[in-house]
Design a protein around this ligand. Sequence first.
Ligand SMILES: O=C[C@H](O)[C@H](O)[C@H](O)COP(=O)(O)O
Length: 228
Amino acid sequence: MKDTSSNSSAKKNAGYKAAEYVEDGMVLGLGTGSTTHFFIEKVGMRIKEEGINVMGIPTSFQSLLIAKQWNIPITTLEEHDIDLSVDGADEVDSDFNLIKGGGAAHTKEKIVDYAADKFIVIVDESKVVDELGNFPVPVEVLPDASRMVIKELEDMGASCEIRMAQRKDGPVITDNGNFVIDAKFDKIESPAHLEIDLNAIPGVVENGIFSQMVDKVIIGTDDGTKEL
Ligand SMILES: O=C[C@H](O)[C@H](O)[C@H](O)COP(=O)(O)O
């Protein structure tokens, strides 16, 4: 499990800054993770203090619970399109390619983030890299397919581990009832091609490479933010 306790002031600065882009009447994609937590919190504060009228589409049970805690009205992709999605990342490169899924939420995140008219990524400086690949690529799989998917991933040059749960025996089970394989590639030359190739393996539900659609990256630091 990743460490979510570090860099909390930088994460808070990024999350709070992204909330400035929220406008009255918007439908928001609510990403998952310790950075997005601060975005959802600040949206909740703006609802309370300014009376803005927004709705949220959560990408996980975690973001649903935080949104409920802040009285953010919830809706679904069945009912609304998304004006703005805000989400964290485990790595972001200079072309705005991402690795996501350190919290095993990347499948719903990709559906919501890719559907949004505008997608803002919020990270602290530790997530900014020249090239993706230090962080393993999370691959959500149907449990019955996991051995076959690992064989395919190893043939593609990855070292693989099924992600194990903490405080539960056995693998992490995603919000969708699946396993996550963490696939470490030595080098990711083309994130866009790898994103497509991974999803072509039978049994793969979704992978954590996001190579499309990012409009803005907000990098939180201890004393402010930078925007790319
Ligand atoms: O599955 C989790 C998500 O993709 C997160 O957005 C990502 O892992 C970044 O999380 P954090 O902001 O906690 O580092």
